[in-house]
Every structure is written in structure tokens, then in C-alpha cells.
Design a protein around this ligand. Structure first.
Ligand SMILES: O=C(O)CC1=CCC(=O)O1
Length: 92
């Protein structure tokens, strides 16, 4: 199942810089692990925003929830999920 996900990142300015760097490094490692596993086939920066558009390829809504809620940045993300279905005009 494919899901389009928008993530807006809102890390508090008051967060200790070392803690922030550790969080971002752990987010990157987890994101790259999921990309290598084929679960996160698209990850794009939204130009001009601290936000991304992503596509996740997972087995179920529950797996998507597990993957997203395990993101190290999860407490600081505003997440919008859109389920995707096949378009009838898409060339195979
Ligand atoms: O910076 C972001 O958009 C949040 C994020 C998702 C994966 C990652 O490494 O950072």
C-alpha cells in the first residue's frame, strides 16, 4: 500500500543544540534504513520549507503508523497522510 505523507518539522528553538543534532542524526539513520528496506521510496524536501513530501510503501495502515511513530523526530512532526490508489489513466 502506498501512502503520501507530508511532514512539517517543528523542533523547539529551546532544544539543546547537542540534543537537536543527535535527534537529526538518528532521524537520518532510521530514514536511510527504511529507504534501503524499500519502505520509504520517495523523500523530497519541500523547497523553502523545513518539511518533506514522502511516499511510504507498507503492508497496512498499522505498519505505516508503527513506522511513523518510531521516527526520532515524531514528537516534533506535524504529519498529514493521504492514502494512494491506482489511477486508471496511468500507463503501466
Ligand atoms: O528534515 C526532514 O524533512 C525530516 C526528516 C525525515 C527524514 C529525515 O532524515 O529527516
Amino acid at each position: 500500500m502506498l501512502f503520501h505523507v507530508r511532514m512539517d518539522v517543528q523542533i523547539p528553538a529551546t532544544l539543546d543544540p547537542g540534543a537537536r543534532a543527535d535527534l537529526v542524526a538518528r532521524e537520518k539513520a532510521y530514514a536511510q534504513q527504511l529507504q534501503r528496506a524499500g519502505k520509504w521510496p520517495h523523500l523530497w524536501r519541500i523547497a523553502g520549507e523545513y518539511a518533506n513530501f514522502s511516499v511510504f510503501d507498507v503492508e497496512s495502515n498499522d505498519e505505516l503508523h508503527d513506522v511513523l511513530s518510531a521516527l526520532p523526530l515524531f514528537p516534533y512532526l506535524d504529519i498529514t497522510v493521504t492514502a494512494l490508489a491506482r489511477h486508471p489513466s496511468k500507463v503501466e
